[in-house]
Design a protein around this ligand. Structure first.
Ligand code: NAD
Length: 359
């Protein structure tokens, strides 16, 4: 593989992968220079967060189960006060992108380190991207201070992930890799990583559905999540991520389900504008057939929404979405209002997304 020109970003996180490696969280916390950790999680990951809190220290560390999706600023403000009271000098995020997002928002304000123990496939743990939602608008930015110092991927922690969370989060992960394949700065390393990410996640999701108790499927999916996170960390995301960002920030749609539903529509929109090489990688990584169909099928297996209305949107909301997507957005196919509206109308009606076979 050759490339005439590319940009590449590597992150400095130390990644510990393998069954049982959560037991190394104490060493990770010490390695990150944290003496008084504050463990943050969402409510449904609270039991796991408490277990990790007990591993971290002889005295259980302070644990919160109040993280919420899309990082509302009021939740961050509340935790900032609590972390000052606790004299916390670092955060341990246990769970999905919501827990990791809260730890990042706190690290952005305090410049203290994070140890992440991800249990979904969001990929946030590998990036320097932070998010914050205030007054119905979601802002994001990049800052190296929010990149976790240590990331512990332990497949055993993910075996009880609810079926829908695993599948929808896995499709969120595939979206990072798909958009990395056609990102403007794509490097040969990211291109290879993205293809492997999609293949691992697809195999993992097929296995989790067919054999829910089989740890190998969860390990494959978590490998895919890590690789997709690496892609996300080093690539500019395009129309798909922008649309999901607008829908999540303005209409509070659930993050992973929005990604899972929309990806085949955006891929269909872009399909004609991809290079032959990009098309070949996407087709092969998604099983060799029609990649849009494969994504729709995977989504259906895991209960993805079938229309934008299922995500709570009304037809008139589509105008608001179109207004928030700038025509200057970097995307393989230029983003113009008419084409975008067609994409959204198709998604609203649940029309099958069509992969264009010929350029
Ligand atoms: P999430 O963190 O809200 O998790 C989804 C659900 O799964 C939650 O109810 C959670 O409690 C539950 N869960 C997680 N682990 C579990 C486990 N082991 N057992 C049982 N239940 C478990 O959702 P998500 O999709 O992982 O993350 C979404 C958030 O992450 C959004 O706010 C999104 O913006 C953000 N995100 C950020 C980045 C970034 O780079 N900054 C990347 C991707 C996603």
């Amino acid at each position: 593989m050759t490339a005439d020109r590319f940009d590449h970003v590597s992150t400095s996180s130390r990644v510990l992968f393998g069954n049982g490696r959560v037991d190394e969280v104490t060493a990770a916390v010490a390695g990150a220079g944290i003496h008084r950790p504050f463990v943050v999680a969402t409510r449904s990951s609270l039991p796991l967060a408490r277990r990790v809190g007990e591993l971290v220290d002889a005295r259980p560390a302070a644990v919160s189960g109040d993280a919420r999706m899309h990082t509302p600023v009021e939740v961050t403000d509340d935790h900032l006060r609590r972390s000052h009271d606790l004299e916390a000098d670092g955060f341990v995020a246990v769970g999905g992108g919501s827990a990791i997002g809260l730890a990042k928002a706190l690290a952005l304000r305090t410049s203290v380190p994070i140890v992440a123990v991800p249990t979904t496939y969001s990929g946030s743990e590998m990036t320097s991207v932070w998010g914050a939602t205030e007054n119905g608008r979601k802002k994001t930015g990049r800052d190296p201070r929010v990149t976790p110092a240590y990331v512990i991927y332990d497949p055993e922690l993910t075996i009880h992930l609810p079926h829908d969370v695993a599948g929808l989060s896995g499709l969120n992960s595939i979206a990072h890799a798909v958009e990395a394949i056609y990102a403007p700065e794509r490097s040969p390393l990211v291109a290879l990583t993205a293809a492997e990410a999609i293949k691992n996640m697809r195999a993992g999701l097929r296995s989790i559905d067919a054999a829910p108790g089989d740890l190998d499927g969860y390990a494959r999916a978590l490998t895919g999540a890590w690789l997709s996170g690496v892609c996300l960390a080093g690539s500019t995301m395009s129309l798909h991520h922008k649309l999901c960002h607008v829908l999540g920030g303005t209409f509070d749609t659930p993050h992973a389900a929005t990604h899972a539903f929309l990806l085949p529509y955006v891929l269909a929109y872009n399909s004609r504008s991809l290079t032959a090489a990009q098309r070949a990688v996407i087709v092969e990584a998604l099983g060799g057939g029609d990649p849009c169909k494969e994504l729709v099928e995977l989504g259906a297996t895991y209960g993805a929404p079938k229309t934008l209305a299922d995500l709570g949107l009304r037809r008139r909301d589509l105008d608001v979405v179109v207004e928030q997507v700038p025509a200057s957005l970097s995307n393989p196919r230029p983003v113009e209002a008419k084409g975008l509206r067609q994409l959204l109308d198709g998604a609203f009606d649940g029309a099958p997304p069509e992969w264009t076979r010929q350029r």
